[in-house]
Structures are given as C-alpha cells and as structure tokens.
Ligand binder design. Sequence first.
Ligand code: G6P
Length: 608
Amino acid sequence: MCGIVGAVAQRNVVPILLQGLQRLEYRGYDSAGLVVVDQKKLQRVRSTGRVAELSQRSANTSGHLGIAHTRWATHGVPSERNAHPHLSGDLIAVVHNGIIENYEELRTRLTAQGYSFTSDTDTEVIAHLIHSHYTKGSTLLAATQATLAELVGAYAIGVLAADNPGQLICARKGSPLLLGVGDGEYFIASDMSALLAVTKRMVYLEEGDVAEISLSGYRVFDAHGKSVQRTVHTSELNNESVELGEYQHYMQKEIHEQPQALANTLEAVCNSQSLIPGIFGAEAAAAFTQIDSILILACGTSHHAGMVARYWLEEIAGIPCTVEIASEYRYRTSVANPKTLVVTISQSGETADTLAALNHAKATGHLYTLAICNVPESAIIRQSKLRLLTRAGPEIGVASTKAFTTQLAGLFLLTLVLAKQRGKLNAEQEQKHLHDLRHLPSAVQAVLKLEPAIAKLAENFANKHNALFLGRGLHYPIALEGALKLKEISYIHAEAYPAGELKHGPLALVDKDMPVVAVAPNDVLLEKLKSNLQEVRARGGELYVFADANTRFQSSEGVHVMQMPEHAGFLSPILHTIPLQLLAYYVALQKGTDVDKPRNLAKSVTVE
Ligand code: G6P
C-alpha cells in the first residue's frame, strides 16, 4: 500500500527519493509523485505509471529537501490529480499514508474558508489545514501539531514548506514511519527498506510522535508535545538483502531464501540443548502457566499458517485452539476467555484488520497476547506482550513465501514449548523435535531441487482457467495456501478443499479441463486420500500429486506424480509448501503476469 520517503541533505535528494520509492514498489501502488524545494519554490512531479516513469519525468528536478510517495487508491480513483504530494497553494506540500475519517467535515469547513480542492483525496485537507495555521504565524512544527489535533483517523505524514527549505516535519499515528540518520543528512520512510541504500541507522517513531528534521539534526515530540528521545537502531540488513541479485523475480529469490530464513528463525533454538519459553519474551514462562487455550488471529497467508498450527497445538501440546480470520473476529461479538493466549500472525506487523482484531481481543478482556511477526518494531509487535520475530528478512514479493514457512517454524516452536510445559513432551521427544528442526533447512534445500521438474509441470497449467487443490489434515491448509499462491500471481481461479469434502460438491466441477493438485504426504490419511483421488480420476480429472517418498504413487496417463525427497513428520507442511510455491511461480511465468506485483493486490494491507 502507500509508501513515503523524504530527505533533507546537502546534495540533490531526487535520486534518494526515487530509489526509496523503487524499494517501496513491492507494497503495491497505482501512482507516484515527489516534491522538492528549489530556490524557495515547490517543484512537483507526479505519474500514474511506474516509479521508472516518475524518474524520467523528474530528470530536470533537483533540490536539497523533498518528500515522495507511492499511492494505493482509497479515496478517489488512481489518477495524477489524486497522486501525492498534495499542495496547499505554492506553500505547503504533504504526503500521507492512512485514512482521515473526518475529512468530509474538514473539507466543508476549509471550502467555506476559501480553500479550493484539486483532488478527491482525504489527504488534501491536511495540506490546507497546515497552510491555514502556518499562514497565521505558527512555525511549521506548530502548524502541523495543531492540524494533527483536528484529525480523526490514521496517518503517517511528511510535510514541507516552500519558504522553509531546510526543514522537514513528519508524524505518525496508526501508520508506521521511521527516521533515517545519515552523516549530516536525514531521511524519513514508511519502511526501512526504502532507506537501506543511504543509512542503516533508524529511529522508529512511536504512536502520536511528531518530528522536526533539519540538516543540523532532529527533535522528536510525543503525542503530548513533550520532547522525547527515541533509540537509534542499527539495522542488521544491508542493501543487498533487498536487491534482486541473480534471480528473475523477488518471489523466486524469496522461495530460494527459505533454507536460510528458516535457519535464522530457528537459530536460537537449534543452538541450544532444550526448549525454553524465554524465546517468546521474558514474561512468557509465567504467562504460559496461566493459559488454557489459544486463539489465533491473522489474514491471508498468515491465517493459513495459523490453521496448520491448530493441528500441532491440539495434537502435540493438547491445548484447545481456534483460528479466526482477523477481519471477521474484529466485528464479531465473541465471548472472551481471559485464560486464552491470543496469537496474532503477520508478516508485516501492520495489517489493519489483524491490528484491530488484536485490540478488539484486548478490549473484550483477553490478557495474554503473543505476536509472530517478521518486522521488528512493527505495530503488532509493539502492542503484544509476548513476541517471536521470524527472521525471514525483507519479503518484497506480494505473494508471501518465506514469511509463511518461517511463521510455521515459529508456531511449531510455540507448540513444543507449550507441550513441554504441559508435560506432553518427554526429554527424548524434545531431542527428536530439535533434531528435526536442525535438519529442516537442508530438507527444504532438497525440495528446491524439484524446481526444473515443477517448471515443466507448470506448462500444463498455463491455458487452464480453474484448478482444484486437495489436502487432508495438517496439509489441508497447505492446499489452501497452494491455491492462494496460484490465484494471486497467475490469476487462475483456484480453490482448495479437504479431500474428504470432494464428493459433497466440488466433484461436480471435475472434468478433463480441471487440474486437481493433491498434497499427498506419507501420513495416516494417505489411504483415504488415495481413495479421494480415485474419485477424481474416474471423472477424467487430471491429477498432479505431490507425494512423499514411499507413498507408492505412480505416474500414468492423467496422473503426474512429483516425488518429494523425504517425509518430515510433523514438519511435513513446511516441505509440502515449497513445490506449490514453485508451481504458482512457474505458471505465472508461463502466463507472463507481473509475478512480484500482481494486479489489485498490496503487500501490506494497512487499510480495512
Ligand atoms: C496481504 C498480502 C498477503 C498477506 C496478507 C496478510 O494480502 O498480499 O501476502 O498474507 O496481506 O499480511 P500480513 O503482513 O499480516 O501477514
């Protein structure tokens, strides 16, 4: 969704702004723009094309102070006039992420005061409000603070004034924003990856913070206007971690990064001889003794990770678990059990529905919250008492891959820790699980070797319009995830069913034009699954079976069997995810779709 970059420096900031926007492209956007102050004049460039087009249009633009934006339309269609930055007169420029809920009322008031609007956005009211305070003699900082006091909603903003060429103001509430600290130059961005090329030193603003930035430094004020110090973090990531390198797409790169991402996520545990609750935070040991059930809240791919975890938590730890889509839970009247551990799962830590569901859970009386998240300092991490950071590194492809498998690894750790605490795991079982976890990265590496064979298989899908994915038990959510990957990036309509449900409806759809993908691990449900697949074959359906070694599936006419290298027991869902990611990727390549930035989708869904 929308992205912000800003800079104040002794050099021309336009290349910095453009490079930052390029880094934010993955979030999804439909227009982009920037403004710089040049000789006390605002120079604005906007485009409904890609950042590359904005770059061409900015060839003759330069300045030492600027703000830039990628917009994902909410209020007003994607168009140049709705693209940010928005101006008030020739004086004030604003970029904004989030939604201003009372913008209509503010717009009416500002119109009555003589302000005219050139866009349909909610953002433009911010520019005019700041203008109205600033032209009455306030400093830019005070004008922004007065404006923020009038806004209802969520925002991260960057503000500058033409007659104040050395100063940048920014603020956040409900949408993330951070400061980048360079050598005698300062930056702002909605996402750290936008700044890695210019600095690794970051200051995460907190809810309600406003910052005043100039060449001589920055000051941060909290929601009450009090000057505060915020810690400077040095990012472990380098610019290469967000570069494409040898790969054709970020999705392909991220699929291949999974062995390392899993190794990083599991590092602390795999290097130790036993499992301890402390990996979820200092208060985890005490909290885990108090809980009697789990409620998992998440969206999209993260929700699928939660669905897998339910099987693990109930079977291995013997703890009741429910999994709910965050956007449903947040509006449902539910009965809170204060002894339930609420687990939110999120790659970004910013997803509006997941965040709202977490707050809803807290408001209804839930006391224990745990976030499994890939972004340190994100809103979901900050708002949860307990946490586990997945260490997948930046995920740029809109379709989530390495975030999912590392979430599963994190959820498996949670299962084991709870099982141990509840006396469901003896020392021998614990060592066996630790051994399997240590082996996991190389097991994933072995599955990745199937890539050429899957690329070949994908050729059969390119001209299909529908596909059916089947799985059972632990692997039903993996079938759901496989179907989601395929529809997200290849636009082929794909549905997933627990294979036992086949004859209760979807079997009616099966014919020779409907490829049926089956996730077939060597587990207790294998024989049942085989019978389900017979039902498909008998109706002429073409089968694509991802089978473990020793499952005795044979390729034959209409049956394509892809043999997985080994069966990984409880960790099997992680291995079985990989070929389905590769399948979706190669089908999308065949179809020539925009793999990393599929139409209409965004990486971080920060609005409802
Ligand atoms: C978007 C992304 C998905 C992701 C979902 C939840 O729809 O495109 O890949 O699974 O949001 O995001 P989260 O960051 O909370 O995991």
